[in-house]
Design a protein around this ligand. Structure first.
Ligand code: DX5
Ligand code: ZN
Length: 244
């Protein structure tokens, strides 16, 4: 472990040509990859393994060609844990879902800039329920599409896969977007989490951490592992054995 930490420092020093604040990221396992037939056991297994928050994917079958997790599912998990809930909504009309998700136990609601509702209206509605507001954008959307909203939100999420399905490969172009977002942070008057979601593994985690990410969402890498505690720890510390 001592060796691994030294390697991380070396990696950063060698490649960092600009000022980046490196954080120990919060780890948010994505429940989409859980075995739903054993939901309670799965949640306990991952909470005990050291998750910092839980990530829920809500889909409407329209914004993305898939269905995801519903408010009653989130409410059921709320009975088991008090961890913060990071609810990622891939829906055409985010305004329709906010009340139900707030009631179910969401702490963050992250909607897509590509959705149909007016972004400031959605942000206001999320905040009116006392929740934190997040803004996601898909791989084909440039960072400039979200920059004017950054001073009004709590979390920004550059997607590292096309939204809708777990188990896809991490798109490395996302690392440049994380770097662009990191550069804007000093100009903001409030803290902003930078999250990344899709294809996150112990191999890519150090690269995202190096660019300044503060929340790592991972579904397959954590839930499909027999040793989720080791995976979470490796994601959090940068999985340096895989990098050097
Ligand atoms: C994709 C979802 C992700 C997904 C991540 O649309 O937003 O949260 O569950 O799963 P993995 O880590 O398997 O790519
Ligand atoms: Zn997600």
């Amino acid at each position: 472990m001592k060796m691994a930490k030294n390697c991380l420092k070396l990696f950063i020093n060698k490649t960092n040509r600009r000022s980046v604040q490196i954080h120990t990221p919060k780890i948010a396992p994505s429940l989409l990859a859980a075995d739903f037939s054993r939901l309670g056991e799965e949640v306990k297994r991952i909470v005990d393994a050291g998750a910092d928050m839980l990530h829920f994917d809500v889909m409407d079958g329209e914004f993305v060609p898939n269905f995801g997790i519903s408010p009653p599912f989130i409410a059921a998990v709320r009975q088991i844990t008090q961890l913060p809930f990071d609810v990622h909504i891939m829906v055409t009309h985010p305004l329709r879902y906010i009340k139900a998700l707030a009631t179910a136990g969401a702490d963050f609601i992250t909607f897509h800039i590509e959705s149909a509702d007016e972004p400031y209206e959605v942000i206001s509605a999320i905040k009116a329920h006392g929740l934190k507001a997040g803004l996601a954008f898909s791989p084909k959307t440039p960072t400039t599409a979200v920059t004017s909203y950054l001073s009004d939100i709590d979390l920004v999420l550059p997607m590292s896969v096309e939204p809708g399905f777990g188990g896809q490969a991490f798109q490395r172009e996302t690392l440049g977007k994380i770097a662009e977002l990191q550069q804007v942070i000093p100009q903001l008057k409030r803290p902003l989490d930078i999250s990344v979601d899709g294809g996150v593994t112990t191999e890519v985690a150090p690269l995202a951490i190096h660019q300044g990410v503060t929340i790592l969402v991972a579904g397959t890498a954590i839930f499909r592992s027999q040793e989720p505690e080791a995976v979470i720890e490796k994601l959090r510390t940068g999985g340096t054995e895989d990098v050097v």
